[in-house]
Ligand binder design. Structure first.
Ligand SMILES: C[S@@+](CC[C@H](N)C(=O)[O-])C[C@H]1O[C@@H](n2cnc3c(N)ncnc32)[C@H](O)[C@@H]1O
Length: 251
């Protein structure tokens, strides 16, 4: 990696690899997966595309419930963790390594009942990249298939903007100092990861869409039947909601 390496390639390959798997308790993840299951009301054996799937924390719940799950991520390290966890529980999950902005290569046309985009997995690169990602997901879904996007949006971010945040992820203290640039609509963050055997500072830059922008992007790709919720607790989405959980369907 060098100075020209995009932030997301640097970030997800660094200390974040120890942070991500420790960012949610097993109980929180189980509750999120159950909320998604409730929301999707899938038939037994339904097919699910989880991208990016990280270390498979959501994918493995759906596999355990008997759904046929494909998990896609670019990180070899997260996929290795995911494979190991699935192997230990004897779960069959089709994990694939790919760039989510170039999913065409996976040839997933029209075979999925649902697709998951969980935990702020958009806005890393350009709007065109996000459009490509959602276009490939649209193509991957069966008619009637649902996409769920769980993300921060402009309304949820700015109604309660905090310039400094920190939390503990396993043995690592995570501190984020952030600045919102209204011209590019991006949150620029400086992250510090500190632990007994780790100290890293790295940056991120996230395009934050408003609800209308995101819905328009999806509608422009053909998605319809939008529903929105304010978190994985599935309450109504409003200005002060903690998250946007947006459901859209391929007609
Ligand atoms: C915030 S995590 C979310 C992971 C998962 N959805 C979850 O809820 O735990 C973002 C994930 O995106 C992956 N990622 C980043 N850029 C990617 C890309 N271009 N293509 C595929 N995966 C990517 C990272 O490796 C990481 O696992």
């Amino acid at each position: 990696m060098n100075e020209d390496t995009p932030w997301h390639e640097r970030f997800f390959a660094g200390a974040w690899q120890r942070v991500q798997p420790n960012s949610f308790s097993p109980e929180d993840t189980r509750q999120s997966a159950e909320a998604l299951r409730e929301l999707l009301q899938l038939d037994p054996g339904a097919t699910i595309l989880d991208v990016p799937c990280g270390e498979g924390r959501i994918a493995e719940h759906f596999a355990h419930w008997g759904y046929r799950v494909t998990g896609v991520d670019r990180s070899e390290a997260f996929l290795a963790m995911a494979q190991e966890k699935a192997g230990a529980r004897d779960l069959q999950i089709d994990y694939r390594q790919a760039n989510m902005w170039q999913l065409d290569a996976l040839g997933h046309d029209g075979s999925y009942d649902a697709a998951l985009s969980i935990w702020s997995s958009i806005g890393y690169a350009t709007e065109e990249d996000d459009r490509n990602y959602f276009r490939c997901i649209y193509d991957a879904l069966k008619p009637g298939g649902a996409l769920v996007v769980d993300t921060q949006c402009l309304e949820t971010l700015l109604s309660d903007f905090e310039e400094r945040q920190w939390y503990q992820a396993g043995e690592i203290l995570v501190a984020e100092q952030r600045h919102f640039d209204p011209v590019s609509a991006r949150v620029l963050s400086l992250w510090t990861f500190a632990g007994a055997d780790c100290f890293e500072q790295t940056e991120s830059s996230l395009r934050i869409y408003s609800y209308r922008e995101l819905e328009s992007m999806l509608a422009g790709l053909g998605f319809a039947d939008f529903e929105s919720y304010g978190s994985m607790e599935l309450e109504e989405f409003e200005l002060t909601s903690p998250r946007l959980v947006l459901v859209a369907r391929r007609p």
